[in-house]
Design a protein around this ligand. Structure first.
Ligand SMILES: Cc1ncc(COP(=O)(O)O)c(C=O)c1O
Length: 391
């Protein structure tokens, strides 16, 4: 069966040999005996229509200069309307090569050297690279661990902003990788109030926003009253549709002032998405809503399976049910993992996870496990973790 003829009913099938043969880094870093659950990339996509479109473009040798980026903003705007009830103005959508490029562009264009950039560790590791690579200061607003899971402490953010007037940008991971925490309307409103009070720009990384479960709802930062004049949202179809190597993302500016400021970066320096990435994203956004619903059903089942089994069969490991994303954040502090818990886990179980300390303060003794795979492989991952760590 070719991938293009795959139906949504086949969505939950993953062939490890085919994945390794594809050359993706997730499946090729470790020996074949190791199951990879370390990269935040699921094994289930992209939707067949995307593969079909890419095949057409290859057959057409459509590799010349192109204007496909012009269609990215309108396609994203329709997707955001359909999935999140948010209709960004396509004129304010800047296509970028990837989300991180959008973040770095915002830091360069919207802050000065020496400015404080505040973010919430433990967090997606590249956030920790912003400060050393841009001559800005990292200010940590740590996630706090409570009995019910990881939370944002808004009073702590207020305290940081009060104490340090040099903080000029909040880099929000919304939803939060690796904890899966989803910000509520009240929390977002408070953040916007603080942004006005302390002259703060908000860069809201919403790359995981399509993948929110159950009773939680993703509220796009740019729909929060008062946010527009201070916010750039950066996102893409990469996580939803498994398009990490395709290089197409968007930076959605809240208003013309922010758009113009980012526009001061020379186009040649900023770069641009490539044709295949644009077309893959556009096709996914235009045709992928039902497929995304199927994906969410499968991922929801996976997150519950992993959570229920860890809680019941391995109580030494603490895990909270993620509200979003396809990653689980496991606390292994009951074990003597040393300072590289992911390596320790790999040796103990044959499962490769993301190494907690790489996520900054709060990450010690933790491993991030990607559960975005087939139910069959997830069972194998879960069996290995439970059997490998149980006394
Ligand atoms: C929160 C977050 N932002 C950005 C990215 C990467 O996006 P891109 O590859 O488009 O830079 C990831 C990937 O894991 C992520 O989790």
């Amino acid at each position: 069966m070719s991938e293009a003829s795959q139906s949504t009913a086949d969505l939950g099938f993953v062939d490890p040999q085919e994945r390794r043969g594809s050359g993706v880094i997730k499946w090729n870093r470790y020996p074949d005996r190791v199951i990879p659950a370390w990269v935040a990339e699921h094994d289930l996509g992209p939707p067949p229509a995307v593969v079909e479109r890419l095949r057409e473009l290859v057959d057409l040798r459509a590799f010349g200069y192109h204007s496909a980026a012009d269609d990215v903003g309108p396609a994203f705007s329709r997707w955001a309307t359909q999935r999140h009830g948010w209709t960004p103005d396509p004129e304010l959508v800047l296509p970028t090569a990837n989300v991180l490029q959008g973040i770095w562009a915002c830091v360069e264009a919207l802050t000065d050297p020496g400015a404080g950039i505040v973010f919430s560790p433990p967090v997606y590791p590249p956030f920790l690279d912003v400060s050393p690579t841009t001559d800005r200061r990292a200010v940590h607003w740590p996630m706090t661990l409570t009995e019910t899971g990881w939370q944002y402490d808004l009073d702590a953010l207020a305290g940081l902003l009060e104490a340090d007037p040099g903080i000029s940008l909040l880099l929000l991971c919304h939803p939060h990788n690796p904890t899966g925490r989803v910000l509520t309307t009240g929390e977002l409103a408070r953040i916007v109030d603080l942004a006005h009070e302390h002259d703060l720009t908000i860069v809201s990384d919403e790359i995981h926003s399509d993948l929110v479960y159950g009773d939680s709802t993703h509220i796009p930062m740019l729909t929060v009253p008062g946010a527009a004049s201070r916010t750039v949202a950066v996102t893409s179809g990469v996580k939803t549709f498994a398009l990490g190597g395709m290089r197409c993302a968007v930076a959605v500016c809240g208003d013309e002032r922010l758009r113009s400021a980012i526009g001061t970066i020379p186009a040649e320096l900023l770069g641009a998405p490539n044709r295949l990435g644009c077309e893959a994203s556009i096709t996914a956004w235009e045709t992928g809503s039902d497929w995304t619903d199927q994906l969410l059903t499968l991922l929801d089942r996976n997150r519950r399976t992993l959570f229920n089994r860890i809680v019941a069969e391995l109580p030494e490991v603490t895990m909270f049910l993620p509200e979003s994303t396809f990653v689980a954040w496991l606390d292994l502090s009951a074990y003597d993992t040393g300072d590289h818990p992911a390596r320790w886990l790999r040796h103990m179980t044959g499962v490769a996870g993301g190494n907690g300390p790489n996520f900054g303060p709060g990450g010690a003794k933790h491993v991030r496990i990607t559960f975005g795979t087939s139910p069959e492989l997830l069972d194998e991952i879960t069996d290995r973790i439970i059997n490998g760590l149980r006394d």
